[in-house]
Design a protein around this ligand. Structure first.
Ligand code: FAD
Length: 480
């Protein structure tokens, strides 16, 4: 089968008909026609269509080692530095289409699964681990071009250090039964972005897992009996891409995932009841370097887009002569250059692991994921500071078609753009940094890969720096 088209993606999800709840009701009918999903599913479909465009086919796909069919490049296990470049080019092509605003374009989770499968050998011989399940599942996903959401966060009930979650009624998803057919899961997980609009849900333990009944990794189809996705409010308020240029296209729903005695067949279980593996596999496998490589590729493209928007705003109202404006634009340039450097260094210093996987160097990528969550809110702030009232003077497409057009044309024109074009640009900036969609983007970039505070601890606890301390010791003991 190999790489799918957009139409195949839409058909497949509609046929699955997963149990998705929105505003108090189960969504009936085709998910791709529902107002909360239609824009983003159409955008996702466009990404899949790119795999079949003649001019992009070699960039977006590679030949399956099993069938020779073309399969998605995000499923490529990198063995050389050239493979890493191929992965980067593909990821950035998709990110360019979404302005980097779709954090969950399928390459993100495809990369996660590919990374885990490339390290499956690590599970060999370990208690309750099934490396062959993981490997064959990856191959099946690659050949069918499946897409995924994932969930690994327990409900935010009580985050104090000594909370053990021992309520009588289960809250955080856990194994409640084990039988011949598989594991039975009950409870909830937060959250799954794109929940319901993917083929599969990949579930793995929350970081710092202590409970053997929560120490698992598996994947199940989105329409598995007992599985429910509960949506938040949709930020796709209108279809007009003039009024809502980003949210009408890229609003990725976030869902709470509820497991009501969900049966996970054994062949879908990668490991269970193994706290040690649950806590170590994601650190020692290729997960971090490969997933972060995808993330930083996308974030770099997103930063380029933000820089472009900011510069267009500056030009439109001619504020580029002011020093503080230049400084603000420079701040975005510095951030962009940093991201590009982190990415290049991660590729230049990539090394093969013991299974022949070319892993991008981890520390430049960890530095990036520690920096970007702090930079991104500043980008929003800069757009607001540059746009000022212009971000409120954003009449709708309908206003431009009304009797008011003459007034709008006269009073909302910019120095270099007519009123309609100026408003179109400022609406884009507004959707990026002020609308519900824009605010979610800011929260997303801060948290989607984990709490930035705890991500900093990963650096603190693992970064080799004895040599520097020794150097200072030597300096302090210098006699001359
Ligand atoms: C838009 C969005 C989309 C997301 N999509 C997904 C998804 O698709 N799949 C998925 O699995 N997850 C997803 N996430 C969840 C993301 O992984 C979490 O937000 C992140 O790991 C932080 O966990 P939390 O939200 O539970 O915050 P909490 O852990 O509850 O933290 C809340 C606050 O308490 C502090 N805090 C709590 N515990 C500690 C501690 N032990 N030490 C220090 N400080 C602490 C934090 O620093 C923070 O300030 C998404 C998040 C967002 C915002």
């Amino acid at each position: 089968m190999g790489a799918i088209t957009g139409e195949e993606y839409i058909r497949r999800i509609n046929r699955l008909n997963p149990n998705v709840w929105f505003e108090g009701k189960r969504i009936q009918g085709e998910l791709s026609s529902h107002r909360a999903f239609k824009g983003v599913m159409k955008s996702q479909a466009k990404l899949y269509d790119m795999q079949h465009k003649k001019s992009l086919r070699d960039k977006m796909t590679f030949r399956s080692p099993i069938t020779g069919d073309r399969v998605g490049m995000s499923y490529l296990i990198p063995e050389t530095k050239e493979d890493l470049m191929k992965r980067r080019n593909m990821i950035q092509e998709w990110a360019g289409t979404t302005a980097g605003m779709m954090g969950r374009s399928p390459d993100y989770m495809n990369t996660v699964l590919t990374a885990l499968a490339s390290s499956a050998e690590q599970l060999k011989g370990e208690k309750n681990c099934f490396p062959t399940h993981l490997q064959s599942f990856y191959e099946m996903a690659r050949e069918k071009d499946l897409c995924f959401t994932h969930t690994f966060i327990n409900p935010q009930v009580n985050r104090s250090q000594f909370y053990l979650g021992a309520e009588e009624e289960v809250i955080a998803a856990r194994v409640v039964e084990q039988n011949e057919e598989g594991l039975v899961i009950k409870g909830a997980r937060l959250l799954a972005t794109q929940g319901g609009m993917t083929d599969e849900l990949l579930v793995f333990s929350a970081a710092g897992c202590l409970d053997p009944d929560q120490a698992f990794a598996f994947s199940i189809p989105s329409h598995t009996p007992g599985l429910t996705f509960m949506c938040r409010e949709s930020f796709a308020y209108k279809d007009s891409s003039f009024d809502y240029p980003l949210s009408s296209r890229f609003e990725e729903m976030d869902t709470v995932v509820v497991f009501d005695h969900v049966l996970v067949p054994w062949e879908r279980v990668f490991f269970y009841n193994n706290v040690e593996i649950a806590n170590s596999f994601f650190k020692t496998s290729a997960f971090l370097p490969m997933a972060l490589h995808q993330v930083v590729c996308r974030q770099t493209v997103k930063t380029e887009f933000i820089l472009g928007v900011a510069q267009m705003m500056v030009d439109t109202i001619q504020i580029g002569e002011y020093q503080h404006v230049q400084e603000k634009i420079s701040e975005i340039i510095v951030a962009l250059e940093m991201m590009k450097s982190f990415l290049s260094r991660s590729e230049m210093e990539a090394e093969k692991d013991q299974w022949g996987v070319m892993r991008p160097a981890l520390y430049p990528l960890l530095a990036a994921i520690n920096t970007f969550p702090r930079q991104y809110p500043r980008f929003s702030e800069i757009l607001q500071q540059l746009g000022a009232s212009g971000l409120m003077l954003i009449p709708s497409e309908k206003d431009f078609e009304s009797k008011m057009k003459k007034n709008l044309d006269q009073y909302l024109q910019g120095a270099t753009r007519d009123a309609r074009e100026r408003v179109k640009l400022f609406r884009l900036a507004w959707d990026m940094c002020m609308s519900s969609f824009g605010s979610r983007q800011t929260l997303y970039e801060q948290f989607f890969f984990g709490d930035p505070v705890r991500l900093a601890s990963v650096l603190y606890n693992t970064y080799e720096r004895d040599e520097y301390v020794k150097r200072v010791e030597k300096f302090l003991n210098r006699e001359e």
